[in-house]
Design a protein around this ligand. Sequence first.
Ligand code: PGA
Length: 247
Amino acid sequence: MKIIAGNWKMNGTPSANVTLLEAIKDTVTVGEDKVIVFPPFLSIADAQRILKGTGIAWGAQNVHPAESGAYTGEVSVSMLKETGAEYCLVGHSERRQYFGESGQFLGDKVKALMAAGLIPVFCIGESLAQREQGIVGSVLKEQIASSLVPLADTLTNENFILAYEPVWAIGTGKTATPEDANNTMAEIRGILTELGLPRDLYILYGGSAKPENAKALLSKEHIDGLLIGGASLKADSFGAMVNWKER
Ligand code: PGA
């Protein structure tokens, strides 16, 4: 099974996203792979209404680890749970970069989600400067270690998903070559083992994934799925990626 996930980021409006959800419902046929969409918070209840029974799952792009209380502007795990969300992104590079989310804070989010039975999709990835300095392995190791080592005993490939998204490939049109992505993901499996985490976690690739490169990426041994930004915002291209085998 592969996992095909669409991260809509801060795009659309509630009405435009209803149209997109309906188009996805009409054009996407779920086969043996898992299909997930991550709309903005304001569209999650619409995702529940429109996608229920289609086999397409939905999730949130962010969550706060506290149960409830004085956290103005935030959304809790129990709020998400009531909308039928089964998944939640954690630690997307845009959250790390623009909102300064620390490894410890991200680990708290993962813990809170897992305690409620939601599946975190935990994102890691290096910047271009870090890649050029040749420190990809140590950057990824630090991102994994600082959030996940305290949870090592609870993570399995059923309750947790990892996403490798090289920051230089996100929204830039530059995709890591399938070979490069596969090699880095093999390295990540080595890091997981070193840190006492399960080696067989699902690992998604993200960063300018599109219909044209989906099959080449997904055919690689260590690439278990795709986390798709821009190309998930049109039902046709998202549907084409869900049908990656036929291309
Ligand atoms: P992109 O975004 O496909 O537009 O590069 C991927 C992501 O950030 O999840």
